[in-house]
Design a binder for this molecule. Structure first.
Ligand code: FAD
Length: 449
């Protein structure tokens, strides 16, 4: 079939779906491309929402990156507020209620939802899930009258939200079962300055406490009961882990993997011919462990959408296993890394050595200089670096991107110890903190020989 006559249907208008649509249209301009989304909007940045709620960003309007008219002008048929209710793989249609829409290529980008705890009071009014921008706008207005908030789970979103709401002047409690922030993926020494900064912002953190119940008055949440205490609140925010939103794919018979994500190959093809998937509804192979993982970032969803969209339209593009560079801000501290940290290497029983040091972000005399903690985790035999974690005042994102690229290409501790680096007092110190960490690791190895 000529790619120009293709009927491409995309379910989902988030980062994965919208990038798939634009790329399909670029690769096969004559194809008909239709996007269905349950939401009222497309092409906004959910990632900015916590910062509007915290008044760091002045308004929600800035988060809209494109208009529906733009997509119409490039020939993409956007069906807003339209939930796809079923996928027929044999008949090659999707249903919206009784209506059926035929496809030659289908791209599933149904994304994720919060893992809703199955505990008493979970359906009370006043429990919020920050995702859809319209709901976030309504929540922002409500927050003007709110004095006390409980945020459930110190996930990346829980950390961003609690720092921002404390910054807004609201008494903010963050409750988490772990012993430190993001304890399932991050290392305690890396997260310690983040915790300190959040506490300086006014966030009250309750570690090692499980949420047992939401209590309410007149159908509305009034307190959160944990294993350690009862915390009164006006609203609670559920910021639990992201789980793939795959009900319709599962019902259709598309293969779902051990993580709950759709299984895709290196071209974002699902188990069914001509059906692709992209974004947080999928599971993707991790570049170091070779194990499928799920719940990556908006930038991964966007890139996967581009690959799925291109291939659905007739191109031949591959998506590599992921090394997962990540970075974010908690309070006023940046944190980030690549692949797995020391805690996860230990938990998974992966043999490793650690090379760590604390350097500085600019020349030590330059105003604004901050400490940068870098930890490299490496194979004990080959010294190939397997992962990294960092925190500090600035430059964490750039280091995470650089490390991901270098790790993917097999860089060793020795490579980083002898790397070249920029030195310019306002933007970089004489010795790059990554190189310092690697040098410290080599010195340790030499001592233990
Ligand atoms: C508050 C917040 C902060 C974030 N911060 C960051 C960040 O700092 N950095 C980062 O990289 N990422 C961030 N993200 C992005 C996020 O973590 C995800 O990785 C990203 O949303 C995944 O995109 P997606 O397209 O796979 O899924 P989603 O964004 O979940 O989009 C799914 C789409 O599918 C539609 N849909 C689902 N089911 C159906 C159906 N049956 N019929 C029709 N439509 C359907 C939905 O309407 C939606 O349009 C943030 C997200 C939020 C909410």
């Amino acid at each position: 079939m000529s790619s120009d006559n293709l009927r491409i249907i995309i379910i989902g208008g988030g980062a994965g779906g919208i990038s798939a649509a634009s790329t399909s249209k670029t690769v096969a301009p004559g194809a008909s491309v239709t996007v269905f989304t349950e939401y009222e909007d497309v092409a906004y940045s959910p990632c900015g929402i916590p910062f509007v709620l915290g008044k760091e960003i002045p308004d929600f309007e800035r988060l809209f990156l494109q208009t529906p008219e733009h997509y119409a002008s490039i020939g993409i048929d956007l069906r807003l507020r339209t939930a796809v209710t079923g996928i027929d793989l044999k008949g090659r249609t999707v249903s919206v209620g009784a209506e059926k829409y035929p496809w030659d290529r289908l791209i599933i980008a149904t994304g994720w939802e919060y893992d809703k705890p199955d505990i008493p009071g979970i359906n009370l009014e006043g429990l919020h899930y920050i995702k859809n921008i319209r709901r976030a706008m309504e929540f922002d207005k409500l927050l003007d009258g709110v004095k006390k908030v409980v945020v459930v789970a110190a996930t990346p979103l829980g950390i961003e939200i609690s720092g921002n709401l404390a910054h807004r002047g609201i008494e903010t409690h963050l409750v988490d079962e772990g012993a430190w922030l993001m304890s399932d993926v991050a290392d305690p020494d890396i997260m310690e300055p983040v915790q300190k900064s959040l506490e300086e912002f006014g966030t009250i953190i309750h570690f090692g406490e499980k949420v047992l119940e939401f209590r309410g008055r007149d159908g509305k949440v009034s307190s959160v009961v944990t294993t350690g205490r009862e915390i009164e609140c006006d609203v609670a925010i559920i910021a639990t882990h992201k789980k793939p939103n795959n009900r319709i794919s599962r019902e259709a018979g598309i293969e779902i993997g051990s993580t709950g994500g759709i299984v895709v190959d290196d071209h974002m093809r699902t188990s069914v011919k001509d059906v692709y998937a992209a974004g947080d509804c999928c599971e993707i192979i991790h570049g170091v462990t070779d194990i499928p993982i799920q719940g990556l970032s908006g930038s991964h969803a966007y890139s996967q959408g581009r690959v799925a969209g291109a291939n659905a339209a007739g191109a031949d593009r591959a998506y590599d296993p992921v090394f997962v560079p990540w970075g974010m801000v908690g309070g006023q501290v940046q944190m980030g890394g690549v692949s797995l940290g020391e805690t996860l290497h230990k938990a998974l029983g992966i043999p490793h050595i650690v090379a760590a040091a604390t350097g500085i972000s600019r020349a030590r005399y330059y105003p604004g200089v901050s400490r940068i903690r870098v930890k490299l985790i490496a194979d004990p035999v080959t010294h190939r670096v397997l992962g990294a974690q960092m925190s500090g005042g600035e430059g964490i994102k750039e280091r995470a991107d650089f490390l991901a690229f270098a790790i993917k290409r097999g860089a060793t501790i020795e490579d980083f110890a002898w790397m070249e680096n920029v030195y310019s007092p306002p933007i970089g110190a004489l010795m790059e903190p990554i190189a310092l960490a690697a040098q410290a690791g080599l010195a340790e190895l030499a001592k233990n020989k």
